[in-house]
Ligand binder design. Structure first.
Ligand code: ADP
Ligand code: MG
Length: 239
């Protein structure tokens, strides 16, 4: 299997405090990987280093076989979907979707085609002329995902994209994201503190505690053969 992504001894310190302690990880191309663990364990920091939004203190990161450790976010072949939707309130959905491409000087006709394709995948075609303020939380989250899709990244990065949604919507969006992965086939790295999300979405689960990987495995492996009592407690405990 080709590498979708590889981390080697990745570390992160904020000032004197090390919060990520030498993480090694291999992700196959097209795999859906979920980082799971309690609040403060380092999920976002790890994802932000993969995205290039946070410098690594030590170690290196490859995406698609290429060392991206010192590259800008825009050069890494990634697109990130945030928990807060970060949509531009004064722009229509269509403009929000196309904004990144227009900044990159992509021709107008191509932007229109990409935006239409993404809108179709996410079933938001009827919303294209609305502003974010006229959308529900779930619709806004779709637009945020659409913005990642139009950039045609090799790897999608999600940081708790559903945590602002109510329980019912979380379940339906989770199913949407699984469908998206099936349809697009990209490598996806998804951060959540929600075990149910992790278990249902992941091909591979990475359980983190205090900046250390406690276990990597399929949902079944992690559930049936937890590496230690922490993993057993975290994965097994009801929400
Ligand atoms: P998670 O996403 O799993 O909740 P984070 O990656 O946000 O965890 O945080 C991991 C640790 O790093 C926490 O102890 C947090 O306080 C610390 N941290 C995160 N960002 C910063 C920062 N910019 N400056 C200092 N400490 C930070
Ligand atoms: Mg976080």
């Amino acid at each position: 299997m080709t590498d979708g992504m590889r981390l080697r001894q990745v570390r992160k310190s904020f000032g004197p405090l090390e919060v990520i302690h030498g993480v090694d990880l291999v992700v196959g191309e097209g795999e859906f990987v979920v980082f799971v663990g309690p609040s403060g364990c380092g999920k976002s920091t790890l994802l932000r280093m993969i995205a290039g939004l946070e410098e690594v203190s030590d170690g290196d990161i490859e995406i698609g076989g290429k060392d991206v450790t010192d590259l800008d976010p825009s050069q890494r072949g990634i697109a990130m979907v945030f928990q807060s939707y970060a949509l531009y309130p004064h722009m229509s959905v269509r403009e929000n979707l196309g904004f990144g491409l227009s900044m990159a000087n992509v021709p107008k006709a191509e932007i229109a085609a990409q935006v239409d394709a993404a809108a179709k995948i996410l079933k938001i075609e009827p919303l294209l002329d609305r502003r974010p303020g006229q959308l529900s939380g779930g619709q806004r989250q779709r637009v945020a995902i659409g913005r990642a899709i139009v950039r045609k990244p090799q790897v999608f990065l999600f940081d708790e994209p559903l945590s602002n949604l109510d329980a019912e919507l979380r379940v339906s969006m989770r199913i949407e994201i699984a469908r998206l992965h099936r349809e697009l086939g990209n490598t996806m790295v998804y951060v959540t503190h929600d075990q149910t999300e992790a278990m249902t979405l992941a091909d591979k689960i990475v359980v983190l505690r205090d900046g250390v990987v406690e276990q990597v495995g399929t949902p079944r492996e992690v559930y049936e053969h937890p590496a230690n009592t922490f993993v057993a407690g975290f994965i097994g405990s009801p929400r």
